[in-house]
Design a protein around this ligand. Structure first.
Ligand SMILES: CC(C)(COP(=O)(O)OP(=O)(O)OC[C@H]1O[C@@H](n2cnc3c(N)ncnc32)[C@H](O)[C@@H]1OP(=O)(O)O)[C@@H](O)C(=O)NCCC(=O)NCCS
Length: 189
């Protein structure tokens, strides 16, 4: 298993070829993060082929409403295949009633690559892309029970915080929305 402290990572814009890698991260990160927080069946039933198809559609160049950056473990040998260890997905806010233009839709890392500063890099890369696209504010939603992720987001000092209910596979959970209305204060990615 790679040791996050001894290997370096690159962050780059995702392409449709990354769909299987993103689906694999999606499944592994959800299972390790949400086991015990959401219904087991929702996690057990995650299917790589189905998710890869969904990622393929998300990552099509025609889909300009969203963008995705992947974090990739730098290869040891030039012939090593790319190994995707995380992603951040951004787009327009799905909550028009709130005063934020953009939304950080998802940020996930494989468990063995968490806690080494990579999430921070992906988050700031997403903010940089919002700014490049003229999106001057954004929000995101996180399960209230996902305490570690809430601490991660709180470290970026959101200026908006609001709880609401969210439905996942027929079950209702509590989530927390965090918002940032001024992106000028973020350092460059
Ligand atoms: C959330 C996630 C993307 C953060 O990425 P990461 O690489 O683990 O976090 P970083 O190492 O970049 O941490 C950045 C800062 O966030 C804070 N932070 C991160 N995790 C924390 C934790 N568990 N407790 C307290 N603070 C934390 C720290 O201030 C840290 O700064 P430091 O290096 O000065 O301590 C990653 O842990 C992950 O994929 N988690 C599982 C999936 C998930 O919950 N995604 C969010 C769903 S809404």
């Amino acid at each position: 298993m790679p040791n996050p402290t001894s290997r370096s990572y690159s962050i780059r814009l995702a392409t449709v070829n990354d769909a299987p890698g993103c689906a694999a991260v999606n499944i592994a990160a959800w299972r390790s993060t949400y086991r015990g927080l959401i219904d087991d069946a929702a996690l057990d039933n995650m299917d790589h082929e189905q998710l890869a198809e969904r990622w393929h559609n998300r990552l099509m160049p025609a889909n300009r409403a969203m963008f995705c950056f992947v974090a990739q473990l730098d290869p040891i040998a030039p012939t090593d295949p790319p190994h995707i260890v995380g992603y951040v997905l951004g787009g327009f806010s799905r909550r028009g009633e709130l005063p934020f233009t953009g939304e950080l839709l998802a940020i996930y890392l494989l468990p063995e690559h968490q806690g080494a500063g990579l999430g921070r890099r992906l988050f700031l890369r997403c903010v940089q892309e919002f700014r490049r696209r003229g999106i001057d504010s954004f929000l995101l939603f996180v399960l209230k029970a996902n305490v570690a992720a809430r601490k991660f987001y709180s470290a970026f000092h959101p200026d908006f915080e609001e709880e609401s209910d969210v439905m996942i596979d027929g079950f209702t959970y509590r989530d927390v929305g965090y918002g940032w209305s001024n992106l000028d204060r973020f350092p460059a990615a």
